[in-house]
Design a protein around this ligand. Structure first.
Ligand code: PRX
Length: 650
């Protein structure tokens, strides 16, 4: 970590907002942090009041750590706030511009989206979905995916979106944990020109999910042939043909569960992070207004998939609550060519563009000639999220995508935080490449040491010391883990799992995870999950997984694997083939994003005398560094042998 801190300290360039941007910015009062601090609850209540409530709240906050209730007693509906309330003023405004990977374009106005969501909410009701029921959504990024989410919200059903790149096993685990009643999927999806058979994958998962009563299937391509199980499976277009377009948005308690979303933690089982309605929507709305500076005429594009929290907060709930025009693109950035994103920005005149550092690093590698060939003068603001951005990539983004005129908002947050927490306000904060700068007004982020003492300048753990509206309300079905994971390090204080430092100007610099979570290309993967998947292979006795630096992904996965004695001869006959087999096994168990970059077979793993695997040493080996302290090892010769072997093979 010391090395990283040094490297970042060398970054001293600052980029103050232009006078022109500041003047027109939604947030341009330098006192807003102080004002929010003076009365934090009133500040958030003012934001909440910009939403439409059927019943106003009685109390802004009830805080019994770790349980928070925001806007208690209030009633509202997220779908109403994203749709109905815009009809009078923005009915004919385009809500979604969708582009499919093969190039189809669909523009959906707020009025049309409202009708489609209402119809689909009626379809869900007719299939027995009631308030509080869980509905799994396993879809490509198509308009119907947004419709599905908002239709659940409309009737108080809880959606659990599962990323379309996850395997049937991963889908099955998530459906089982949530005890979902219904799955919404598509006949297929596109990924880099190939057809992904989503319905088939769903069928394999649902075969082991007795709670599922129906599977609703969107026909992605006319030629898709999928097996439909009578009584269980329903075509979306058939069900919609007869559905009534009137469906009242049910007024729901502010703390009614809006959705759950699974994310990796430091144990094997993914956690279903729970978000509720009023506070969540308030913070998504507020951050869209101030961080993205959303205006009536913007064409806003966040490239995240709805399978991740960014897709929930900044593709669907935040921007639609603001009445924005949201661009969504189904496919890969390099299909059919590596300039697809720039082409989209040019054709649709995108004004705000929010993406991940891993994508920016890939764009850098593909070269500046590609963006240069497109007119991207419509852009006025850029954002990043998901992992630390290296200053070099930041500068490249600024010059080649932003034309040195667009402020860049590097936004730090998590699935658990629900909304953006540390970020520049583009009209007010001078940015420094690689720093997420300062907490959003009304957010109390601090750097704490192990004992919970505040670190004014320097490194430590990133903590949030007071409750915030969009905070997670729990881990689905596991209150102990919720308490243990986030609230046990320091009482009443939220532990993020990230290391960070604060500089002399009070700017935050994120330093990555301090737990057993690997952030691969901006997506969280638990080391334990990958280890379990490896050990699940019939030939593997034990496995240890670490994150290693990677040019594009930021971090990639390296796995150390002990092969069972009885299988060793067989595996060694063709080690390259065996490695491929293990990588494929992990893809199949979890999904391609968890596929290890490197696999090293070993006879032993470095362990402490108490039997704990020393991942720090494995990281040293995998990254070719000198070995750190080995004195606590049960058998120091193990690492020496391993290091030698690793160097031989790489
Ligand atoms: O380590 C931090 C990193 O991503 C983690 C959260 O991952 P996830 O829940 O999947 O949500 C990603 C999208 C919000 C954090 O604990 N992270 C996220 N944004 C940043 C970041 N690290 C550095 N800078 C960021 N801007």
């Amino acid at each position: 970590m010391a090395q990283e801190i040094d490297a970042l300290l060398q970054e001293s360039r600052t980029f103050p907002p232009s006078e022109e941007f500041r003047k027109q910015a939604n947030a341009n009062d330098p006192e807003i942090w102080a004002k929010a601090k003076a009365d934090r609850e009133q500040y958030w209540a003012d934001w909440a009041a910009e939403l439409d409530w059927q019943t106003k709240w009685d109390r802004v906050l009830e805080w019994n750590p770790p349980d928070a209730k925001w806007f208690a007693g209030g009633k509202l509906n997220a779908s109403y706030n994203c749709l109905d309330r815009h009809l009078a003023t923005r009915g004919d405004k385009v809500a979604l511009i969708w582009e499919g990977e093969p190039g189809e374009i669909r523009r959906v106005t707020y009025r049309e989206l409202h009708a489609e969501v209402s119809k689909f909410a009626n379809v869900l009701k007719s299939r027995g979905v009631a308030s509080g029921d869980r509905v799994a959504i396993y879809m490509p990024l198509i308009v119907e995916a947004v419709v599905a989410m908002l239709a659940c919200a409309r009737i108080g059903a809880v959606h659990s979106v599962v990323f379309g790149g996850f395997s049937s096993d991963a889908l099955k685990d998530r459906i089982q944990d949530a005890e979902a009643k219904l799955v919404i999927t598509a006949s297929s999806g596109y990924r880099r020109g190939t057809i992904v058979p989503l319905k088939k994958t769903t069928d394999a998962a649902v075969a082991e999910c007795p709670t599922i009563e129906h599977v609703i299937v969107v026909r992605r391509r006319d030629e898709d042939e999928v097996a439909m199980q009578t009584d269980r499976d329903v075509w979306y277009h058939e069900a919609m043909a007869n559905a009534d377009a009137n469906c009242e948005a049910v007024p729901l308690d502010s703390e009614h569960m809006l959705y759950m979303l699974y994310t990796s933690g430091s144990t094997g089982k993914p956690k279903g992070i729970v978000h509720t309605t009023g506070g969540y929507l308030t913070e998504c709305y507020a951050t869209c207004k101030w961080v993205f500076d959303l205006k009536e005429n913007d064409i806003y594009w966040c490239t995240a998939d709805i399978g991740w929290v960014t897709g929930h907060s900044y593709v669907v709930y935040g921007p639609l609550a603001c009445g924005a025009t949201v661009m969504i693109y189904e496919g890969a950035p390099d299909f059919p060519k590596k300039d697809r994103f720039w082409d989209i920005i040019e054709r649709h005149k995108v004004t705000i563009f929010y993406t991940a550092p891993t994508a920016i690093r890939a764009f850098m590698k593909w070269g500046e000639a590609l963006p240069r060939a497109h007119d991207m003068s419509s852009l006025r603001l850029l954002g990043t999220v998901g992992e630390p951005i290296n200053p070099e990539a930041w500068i490249w983004y600024n010059q080649n995508i932003g034309g040195e005129r667009c402020p860049i908002v590097d936004t730090w947050w998590q699935t658990e935080t629900g909304g953006i927490m540390i970020t520049p306000l583009p009209g007010l904060v001078a940015t420094k490449p690689g720093s997420a700068t300062k907490p959003f007004p009304g957010i109390d982020a601090e750097i704490l040491d192990e004992r919970g003492n505040r670190v004014e300048v320097g490194g430590g753990y990133l903590a949030i010391t007071t409750p915030w509206p969009s905070m997670l309300r729990g881990i689905y079905g596991d209150p102990e883990r919720f308490q243990e994971q986030y609230w046990s390090k320091w009482p009443g204080i939220y532990f993020t799992g990230d290391g960070a430092k604060r500089d002399e100007d009070g700017y935050f610099w994120l330093l990555g995870r301090v737990d057993d979570v690997i952030n691969v290309a901006g997506h969280r993967i638990g080391t334990m999950e990958v280890e379990s998947a490896l050990v699940d292979h019939r030939s593997v006795a034990e496995a240890a997984v670490v994150g290693i630096q990677h040019e594009i992904k930021g971090t990639a996965i390296a796995a150390f694997v002990i092969v069972k004695e009885s299988e060793r001869e067989e595996a060694m006959r063709d080690p390259a083939k065996f490695e491929q087999e293990l990588k494929a096994h992990v893809s199949e168990k979890i999904g391609a994003i968890a596929r290890p970059e490197k696999i090293l077979m070993t006879a032993d793993l470095p362990k402490t005398r108490s039997g704990k695997i020393m991942r720090r040493l494995l990281r040293d080996i995998a990254e070719g560094r000198a070995l750190g302290d080995v004195t606590t090892l049960a058998d120091p010769s193990v690492v020496a042998t391993l290091k030698e072997k690793y160097e031989e093979e790489n």
